[in-house]
Design a protein around this ligand. Sequence first.
Ligand SMILES: [Zn+2]
Length: 279
Amino acid sequence: MPIVHQPGTRIAVSLGVDFDAHTVWEGSFGFSSPSYLSRGEFCADVATPRLLNLFRRNDIQTTWCTPTHTMETFPGSIEQILSDGHEIAAHGCRHERIGALEVAEERRLLDQQMKLHKQFIGREPRGYRSPSWDFSPNTLALLEEYGFDWDSSLMGRDFEAYRPRPLNRSEDGPHVFGEPSPIIEIPVSWYLDDFPALEYVSRINPGLASTEVTYQRWKDHFDFAYEEVPNAIMALTVHPQTIGRASNFLMFRRLIDYMKSKDGVAFMTLSEICDTWRD
Ligand SMILES: [Zn+2]
């Protein structure tokens, strides 16, 4: 199914930011010590201005997937992001583990996100990125119910958007796909995420990988999509507290320079990519 790019555009690139701040430590890992939370403080107070400056210098607008707790705790950062023309999308309330939630709790969290996005952003979010990219069996139907235009959490394609299908699982027979969703899925990948490769989490994630290896991996994905996939999209995911560290930041800046050296590369928000979709 095609994405219709502007004439002259060969690939649409989303440099999406997951603005987790404190929430990833508490919500995903259960860590609430002052030391872990200080990494969220670095995310908001140091790395976010650094990243905004990089985007401004390169005239790039992107999508910041932001838990509501980050909006409430760091409202000044949200003002900066919005005044630079970026988009803010839904990313849970406190980086909950969505896959384990009952439907009533998942609905309560979506109600809360709608309310707080209206309060802080002035509108309900068009797009959703699940914390840690996990879905419950109910998530897709709930996103339809709440009127989202797009999601960016699934991995059923790599360089093209698609309409995800609900899956009826069977213990003793084939799994059967349902009808395609009205939601447009802009797929993600752990290969195209800074956190697993670069963020050290004691006894959980070794991180601290070579930025040369990460650069080459991201460049290879870009080159493959650019050369092999017509009307490609590529959704990269970075976290300010990770990509904002000096060595990682220089690598990211070098990658942007490389992408910009090629003809026909358009940096777009996830909503802009969604709006180019034609069935
Ligand atoms: Zn996140």
